[in-house]
Design a protein around this ligand. Structure first.
Ligand SMILES: Cc1ncc(COP(=O)(O)O)c(C=O)c1O
Length: 433
C-alpha cells in the first residue's frame, strides 16, 4: 500500500516531447477526485497511482490537466491492441447502432463470430469455450471444471503454485498465494496442494512433493509468477506436463496477463514447449477494452457434468464480444505480428541493459512484458514515481519490482523514449543512494 506522503515531489521543469507532456505544476499527489473515490470505495483503491485518467488513446494517457504519459502498463495488461483502438471503437459503435446491447444467453450472430474467431486462432485441440466477464470468473469456472472432472474420475487433488494469483473470488483465493489465502472466510481446503514457485532456474519438478499422481485432478498454473514476471524453468514445466499427462491430470494455464501475444506467441504457455493444455483461463487482452473473459477447453470436458451451469447473465455480452472480435482480428493480423517482432526486440535489448545497474538484481522479459527485480522495494517505488513525474506510466507493485507491458501498438520511437526515461530515473536513484 502506498503512503500519501510518498507522493510529495519537488517542483520540476515542464517536459514536452511528441509523446510526453508534463506541466511544471504537476505533482504526483492525491487529487480531490482520488480522495473522493477512496472515500466511496474500498481502501484498496489506493493501490493505484493518484492520476486521473481523462483520456487514453493508443499508447498515451492524459489527465484532466492535459498532462500526457507514455503508458508502459496497458492499464493493467489489458490494452494489448492500444487504448481506444479505432477498429475496436468502430466495432463497438456498429454494435451499439444495431440496438443489440444485451441478449443474456440467447444466440446472437456476433457471439458466434467471436467464438469462431477465438477458436480459429487457437490450437486445434481447443474446440469449445464459455464466455464470462472477468478473469476471476474465468478462473472460478476453470477450477470448477477440474473439480467436476475429478468427481467423475475419482481424483481429488488440485495442484497450484505458491504466489500465483488467480483472482478475487473465494475459489480464486483458495488456489492463489498459498494454503491460507482464503483463511479470512474460515475456509481451507486440504485437497488443494501448493508447490513452491521455482524461482531458481535450476529447480527441478519433484513429483514426490505431491500426492499420488493418479489422485490429482489437475494443475493450475499462472503462466508466469505475476509480481515480477518470473518464468518457470522450461525443464521444470516440461516434467510437470509429462507427469500430468501420464497420470491423466488436467493442465490449466491462467493466461490472464500472458495471453493474446503478450509474451510473443498467442498464448504464453507456448514459450515453454509443445504443450496441449486442457484448459486456458483468458481475459484482459481478449478485448483490449470492455469486460470479457473466457475459458477455452474441449467440448467433452465442458459437458462432463450436464447439470453444471457455466454461464452468467452477461456471458458473451454483445458489445463486449463485438470489441473482442475486432481486437482478435487486429492482433492476429500479419502487420501487427511483424510490428511486435520489431518492438519486442527493442524492448528486450533495452531491458537487459538495465541489469548493469547496481540497484537491479535481475530482469525477466518475454515479448512485450517484463519484470525488473530491484534489490530494494524502496528503489522500485521511488523509480516508478520518478518515471511518472517524467511522463512515463510504469506499474506500481508493492514489492521490489517494476512491471512494464506497453500497448503492443507502441512505436519504436516512443518505446525508446520511455526506456530512456526509465534509465534516467534509475540513474537519479543511483546518484541519491
Ligand atoms: C493471472 C491473473 N488471474 C486472474 C486475474 C483476475 O482477473 P480479474 O481482475 O479480471 O477478475 C488477474 C487479474 O489481475 C490475473 O492477473
Amino acid at each position: 500500500m502506498t503512503n500519501r506522503n510518498e507522493y510529495r515531489t519537488i517542483a520540476h521543469m515542464a517536459i514536452k516531447t511528441k509523446y510526453r507532456n508534463i506541466r511544471a505544476d504537476f505533482k504526483l499527489r492525491e487529487t480531490p477526485l482520488f480522495k473522493k473515490l477512496v472515500s466511496l470505495e474500498p481502501a484498496s483503491t489506493k493501490n493505484t497511482l493518484p492520476i486521473t485518467w481523462a483520456k487514453a488513446k493508443d499508447f498515451s494517457v492524459w489527465d484532466d490537466k492535459g498532462n500526457k504519459w507514455i503508458d508502459m502498463t496497458s492499464g493493467i495488461f489489458v490494452a494489448n491492441a492500444g487504448h481506444a483502438n479505432p477498429k475496436i471503437k468502430a466495432a463497438i459503435k456498429k454494435q451499439l447502432d444495431s440496438d443489440l446491447l444485451f441478449a443474456y444467453n440467447y444466440p446472437t450472430e456476433i457471439k458466434k463470430k467471436f467464438i469462431e474467431k477465438l477458436l480459429a486462432i487457437s490450437p486445434k485441440h481447443f474446440n469449445a469455450t464459455t464466455l464470462l466477464n472477468s478473469g476471476s470468473e474465468a478462473m472460478d469456472t476453470a477450477y470448477k471444471l477440474i473439480k467436476l472432472y475429478g468427481n467423475k474420475t475419482g481424483k481429488k487433488y488440485v495442484v497450484s503454485f505458491t504466489g500465483n494469483y488467480h483472482g478475487r473470488g473465494l475459489s480464486n483465493e483458495l488456489i492463489s498465494g498459498g494454503p491460507k489465502s482464503a483463511a479470512w472466510a474460515g475456509v481451507t481446503d486440504s485437497d488443494i496442494v501448493f508447490l513452491d514457485f521455482p524461482y531458481d532456474m535450476k529447480a527441478e519438478f519433484d513429483y514426490k512433493k505431491l500426492p499420488q499422481g493418479t489422485d490429482i485432478a489437475g494443475f493450475v498454473i499462472e503462466t508466469f509468477q505475476g509480481w515480477g514476471c518470473w518464468m518457470y524453468p522450461k525443464k521444470f514445466l516440461r516434467d510437470l506436463y509429462t507427469f500430468a499427462k501420464k497420470n491423466k491430470a488436467l493442465v490449466c494455464f491462467d493466461e490472464m496477463q500472458s495471453g493474446f501475444y503478450r509474451m510473443g506467441p498467442l498464448y504464453g504457455y507456448m514459450t515453454y514447449g509443445d504443450f496441449k493444455p486442457d484448459i486456458l483461463g483468458l481475459g484482459k487482452g481478449i478485448s483490449s477494452s470492455l469486460p470479457l473473459s473466457a475459458v477455452l477447453s474441449r467440448k467433452e470436458l465442458f459437458d462432463i457434468d450436464k447439470n453444471a451451469d457455466l454461464h452468467g447473465t452477461h456471458s458473451g455480452n454483445a458489445l463486449c464480444v463485438a470489441a473482442g472480435l475486432a481486437n482478435l482480428e487486429f492482433l492476429s493480423s500479419h502487420e501487427e505480428i511483424a510490428r511486435r517482432k520489431k518492438t519486442s526486440a527493442i524492448f528486450e535489448k533495452e531491458l537487459l541493459a538495465l541489469e548493469k545497474s547496481p540497484l537491479v538484481r535481475q530482469v525477466n522479459v518475454s515479448g512485450l512484458i517484463a519484470g525488473i527485480i530491484f534489490e530494494d522495494k524502496e528503489d522500485s517505488m521511488a523509480i516508478v514515481r520518478e518515471c511518472v513525474n517524467r511522463g512515463v506510466l510504469a506499474m506500481l507493485i508493492p514489492r521490489n519490482s517494476i512491471k512494464l507491458a506497453p500497448p503492443m501498438t507502441i512505436t519504436p520511437q516512443a518505446l525508446t523514449e520511455a526506456m530512456g526515461v526509465l534509465r534516467e530515473a534509475i540513474a537519479k536513484r543511483e546518484a541519491n543512494a
